[in-house]
Design a protein around this ligand. Structure first.
Ligand code: ZN
Ligand code: ZN
Ligand code: FE
Length: 760
């Protein structure tokens, strides 16, 4: 016999769903699912996620609870589904109830999402009422994190609050069967945000179609500032060498590769040897920048990504981008409208002030960006995405870690991010930048406030870097009533990777990077650690060499060649370094004045890059090593000898014979590409050798790779493959950057482990 809704056996469940379930079309999904199962009751958002009460035959309820996580919208990120049986009360239908605020919040604001296929179709359909409307969106796409002020994620708490919906938009918003049901940024030509075209002086330019006007200017080789989702881009025609050069000249003459936006995957394939996995990642709702190998004979200007084998590609992710790229462009340079490591500009006035000398015209709109968020940068490794810069589309998505919290971690001063761990989930902020810049420091403080606000926690435990001179350390010192934990930089690197993989250790931490403050006050960076989350011992490191001129040696890698070789060789003069400067720095190194000692792997790459004449001065962080990697060739197996002193721990590996051998090869007229490759092979062998010894000495067989050096593909691939062949369980970063952008997660893990084992 079929059961009527209120027949015997009718039951009622209260279901709690925790995670990123607001702003992703979750309630309409629940509504449709409940109706499909013939259930009555209601669903509503609350501060802990979504609550459902559903009533009907028990087996229908069971089916409902079982289908819920399985059929949820792809962008929902369910942390937990719990249900309990309660008294039936017999409503007539299933409804969507109003949001309620709870004091104990666990809800999460979703990340921004790229334009969905349905909206794209409507955007380009002349019959649709939103035809060519640059702000079209729905529950499956559009801005979220960047327009949200606070929880709950509801229109009055977003920058959409100033736009009153027209009756048609309101009807969509109120209709549970509609794709725009409770789509908070819902808008149309009649009621929503509008574009405006301004000249460099901020004067309004009259244009029927501002996008077409910008496209025409770009085709003429001009540069436009375009307000996007998480900030302003500078746009230029990527096929026009003069336009790209003008952008470089005006944008502070940096040589860092520019990201490019292409209209679609076919266009991406014309520029790069795009793999299927790369295509999938490009088209993903997060729409990140994907680094992909350049195709020979590609049509872009050389100045787009000089000295790189890769292009950073992305697809249009807002309707505005779709319309702009649709104006017949092969590719547009779309680079963040800021100096590298300064925060991206978000405000119209701010953009006009900062970019007046860079952009010829400004395509702006009146939907405020409340949270800055750069484009995220990813790449594929072994068919899986790795995140190199984590921001738009990824933030504030939580990373599950086996640690309870709460803790606030302040990160490192370069490539800063902050992290809060709360109830087993780590919230790593968007890329903030270099705290040396006042704007970045303000953004850092703002982000700490914002994350504490949206996560409704003010952790009494605060982790920071051991470096006494860091701005983040100074910030930690100013906090009252908290317990501070100073975490060594390379321990934090290893711990970040451990936390990502749920490891407590002991593991063999291989932390290779440019700079981190050591427990002996020296500049560390080529470190092999016996690490748990709670502590570490330094097993081995690169032997110390002087860094002539300290910080200046980071900007001028040729100084490291002198520091490592102990002399100014003629090859540096041939590489274009001024002879007088060479002599002065040689003196400095000989006398040991202004020469902090370093065990940095990054600086060793710098020394070799300079010696080969590849890069003697950097215009952005890591340039010398990046260009050295780009010079490597396939198939070369040669390597240089190195010496390891294991008389006492920590063992030291002397980098000097390696650089000497590079010099000898150079003097034997060996091509730079071969030398660069042999050098990479040497570092891979060195890491394998030290790891093998560490395993024999300490029984460690899990190797955890972290630090900025592992952004180097040749190094990561060589080390990961090699160590696996040697029988190690090898772990590397996937969800947070291997560079200092991942440090905050590691600091959080270390502080929690230490707090758990010691009394406060
Ligand atoms: Zn959509
Ligand atoms: Zn409307
Ligand atoms: Fe680092």
């Amino acid at each position: 016999m079929r059961e009527a809704p209120m027949a015997d056996g009718a039951a009622r469940y209260r279901v709690h769903v925790r995670g990123t379930v607001q702003g992703v079309g979750f309630r309409p999904f629940i509504y449709r699912l409940a109706r499909d199962e013939g259930l009555t009751g209601w669903v509503r958002n609350d501060s802990s996620g979504v609550v459902v009460e559903a009533e009907g035959p028990r087996e229908r309820l069971e089916s409902f609870v079982e289908r819920l996580p399985r059929e949820a919208p792809p962008v929902a990120d369910i942390a937990e589904v719990r249900h309990e049986a309660i008294e039936p009360c017999g409503e007539a239908e299933f409804t969507i109830a109003h949001s309620e605020r709870l004091p104990d919040a666990l809800a999460e604001i979703p990340p921004d999402m790229g334009l969905c296929e349905d909206c794209r179709r409507e955007l380009l359909d002349p019959a649709d009422r939103r035809y060519r409307y640059p702000f079209i969106n729905c529950t499956n796409c559009g801005p979220r994190f960047t327009i949200a002020e606070s929880l709950p994620y509801d229109r009055p708490f977003t920058s959409m609050k100033i736009f009153a919906m027209c009756p048609r938009c309101q009807a969509e918003y109120d209709d549970p069967a509609d794709r725009r049901f409770h789509a908070q940024p819902n808008a149309c030509w009649d009621c929503g945000p509008r574009l405006e075209l301004l000249d460099a002086a901020g004067r309004r330019i009259d244009a029927d179609d501002p996008i077409a006007a910008v496209a025409e200017a770009l085709r003429d080789g001009r540069i436009a500032a375009v307000k996007g989702l998480g900030g302003f881009h500078l746009a230029a025609d990527a096929t026009n060498p003069a336009a790209v050069q003008a952008l470089r000249d005006r944008k502070w003459r940096e040589l860092k590769p520019f990201a490019v936006m292409v209209p679609d995957l076919d266009a991406a394939r014309r520029l790069c040897e795009l793999t299927d996995a790369e295509a999938e990642l490009l088209a993903d709702y997060r729409k990140p920048i994907v680094l992909s190998r350049k195709r020979t004979g590609h049509p872009l200007a050389d100045g787009v990504a000089p000295a790189s084998q890769f292009f950073g590609l992305m697809l249009p992710y807002t309707p505005l981008h779709v319309l702009l790229l649709d104006c017949g462009f092969t590719a547009l340079v779309m680079t963040s409208a800021n100096r590298t490591d300064e925060p991206i500009a978000i405000d119209n006035t701010e953009a006009l002030e900062r970019l007046a000398t860079v952009a010829d015209l400004f395509l702006v709109h009146d939907r405020a960006i409340l949270k800055r968020s750069d484009d995220s940068v990813t790449r594929l490794f072994r068919g899986e995405p790795l995140v190199q810069r984590r921001a738009r589309g990824f933030v504030p998505r939580a990373i599950p870690v086996g640690l309870e919290g709460p803790v606030l971690a302040l990160g490192a001063d370069l490539k800063n991010t902050i992290c809060i761990v709360r109830r087993g989930r780590a919230y790593v902020s968007q890329h903030i930048g270099d705290l040396e810049h006042a704007d970045a420091l303000a953004f850092f403080e703002e982000t700490i406030e914002h994350f504490q606000g949206i996560l409704e926690t003010r952790p009494a435990l605060v982790a920071h870097d051991l470096h006494p001179g860091y701005h983040s350390t100074a910030f930690a010192r100013r906090l009252d009533g908290v317990r501070r934990v100073a975490v060594q930089h390379h321990h934090a690197h290893a711990a970040a990777c451990m936390a990502e993989h749920g490891l407590e250790g002991p593991v063999l931490g291989v932390s290779l990077d440019g700079t981190g403050y050591g427990t002996d006050g020296k500049v560390w960076g080529g470190e092999f650690l016996d690490a748990t989350l709670g502590g570490f011992e330094r097993i081995a490191h690169l032997a110390y060499v002087p860094m002539p001129g300290g910080e200046r040696a980071i900007r001028e890698p040729w100084r490291m060649a002198i520091g490592t070789l102990g002399e100014a060789v003629p090859e540096l003069e041939q590489a274009g370094v001024d002879p007088a400067e060479l002599a002065a720095v040689e003196q400095l190194a000989a006398r040991g004045v202004a020469c902090p000692e370093t065990s940095s792997m990054g600086r060793l790459f710098d020394a070799v890059s300079a010696l080969l004449g590849i890069c003697t001065r950097v215009s952005y962080e890591g340039q010398a090593a990046i260009e050295l990697e780009a010079a490597t060739v396939a198939g070369e197996q040669g390597a240089y000898a190195f010496t390891l002193d294991d008389a006492a721990e920590p063992w030291t590996i002397d980098p000097r014979p390696i650089v000497r051998a590079v010099l000898d090869d150079l003097r034997a007229a060996t091509p730079a590409g071969l030398i660069a490759t042999r050098f990479h092979n040497t570092i891979v062998r060195l890491v394998r050798d030290v790891c093998g010894r560490a395993r024999r000495a300490r029984g460690l067989d899990t190797a955890v790779l972290s630090g900025g050096c592992f952004q180097n593909r040749v190094l990561l691939e060589g080390v990961a493959d090699g160590l696996e062949r040697d029988g190690f369980d090898v772990r590397y970063h996937r969800r947070v950057p291997t560079n200092d952008g991942g440090i905050a997660l590691g600091q959080a893990a270390v502080a929690l482990a230490q707090a758990a084992t010691s009394s406060p």
